[in-house]
Design a protein around this ligand. Sequence first.
Ligand code: SAH
Ligand code: SF4
Ligand code: F3S
Length: 443
Amino acid sequence: MNNNYTIAPRVLIETYGCQMNVNDSEVVLAILSKSGYVLCKEVSLADLVLINTCAIRDNAEQRILGRLDFFRLEKKKHPSLVVGVIGCMAERLKEKLLEHPAVDLVAGPDAYRDLPRLLESIRATGSKQINTLLSHEETYGDISPVRMDAGGVSAYISIMRGCNNVCSYCVVPYTRGAERSRDCESILREAREVIDAGYKEIILLGQNVDSYKFGDVSFAKLLEMVARLSPSVRVRFATSHPKDMKDEVLLTMAAYPNICKHIHLPVQSGSNAMLEKMRRRHTREWYLDRVARIREIMPDCAITTDVITGFCGETETDFEDTLDLFRQVKFDAAFMFQYSERPGTLAQRHYPDDVPPEVKTARLEQVIALQGELSLESNRRDVGKTFEVLVEGFSKKSASDLMGRTSQNKACVFPAAGHKTGEYVTVLVKDCTPATLLCEVVE
Ligand code: SAH
Ligand code: SF4
Ligand code: F3S
């Protein structure tokens, strides 16, 4: 194939959205590498640009539409450039995206094996191509992702795809289809490969890792199998769902020092009325009970969350319940969003998006301010303690300082003193900001 190329065709992949998308881009690169493509980082040198997109909120999509306008101009300079939109926005908008003058190709998250054929058809016929079929089986289990950051410290491994939860605000079940768990043997094979390649941290990914099930292998069992591969390789995972998070997973985490003591447990709202409307299938009380159980089993475990402000019908009292839950739990960090209505979701079909934008924004700012205080409090509790950190690279602010993370996923900055990326270093926390622990190395 690609007979018209005298040298290998070059692909630029731009990734938006979550960790799952980052890992999918690595799967796409693996598939295209087999067809002879090489990765490039400069638009001016690329034969193919793939934009791996996110559809979670309207602003995510607006950003991508802006990028497409940029690539339209690039195509004027470079008419043979092929531009493809892949990922969640591709799946959501399907043919509509082909109407954009910059777009030659649209492929959804389960159609990546078809990319070489679609690209060949574009070359052969000059016509736009699309595949947005979702699958009940595809897990790309046999494909070893080609990592974009060769020589990096952390490697993502997807353990499942899709989501069966249908939270009423969320577009993911529509863009990624039904939940399916990947063959555990293929996960272990990939984990061994990344360990052999020198990665020091494995991050297991799924929209709802607690519902992983392959034969009789549960998520707790899988986590244990991965953790046992090498005691010097850290294991992290995301995302846990409060309704499914089991004690078995917590006990496994507690039993293995190399399983990081951090749980990302999205709560979305502190109000039972909102949780019900969101179809989260857990209550505030259930969530608080899960938090209590985490702290009972692992007193040093960090807990982080996601929250949405201004969901349909959210009253001041509902929002107060969210602030109150934040104060009660004292999250170590949080991702905070204002509600963005997504076409086709249950919420869009059944509930008016009736919280005025300025109220959504004001509430968002309020919860961000509160979390800023809680993050600072959480970091202050660490001052005077020592932690083992895994060095990820230089600090953004100073080339003589390194940045490494604690098991709890907190960023520590400290003088390099001869240490390098990928090493474990013991540090003493001297001071902090809301986002960073300022440390020195303990010899
Ligand atoms: N599977 C994970 C994360 C999904 S998306 C989970 O169940 O939590 C990441 C976060 O985006 C969600 O946790 C939620 O807080 C936010 N989100 C999802 N849909 C949204 C919407 N329509 N508007 C605003 N935020 C949204
Ligand atoms: Fe979306 Fe809910 Fe699935 Fe998370 S669990 S991806 S929020 S539907
Ligand atoms: Fe991820 Fe965005 Fe899709 S958050 S699953 S890339 S809609």
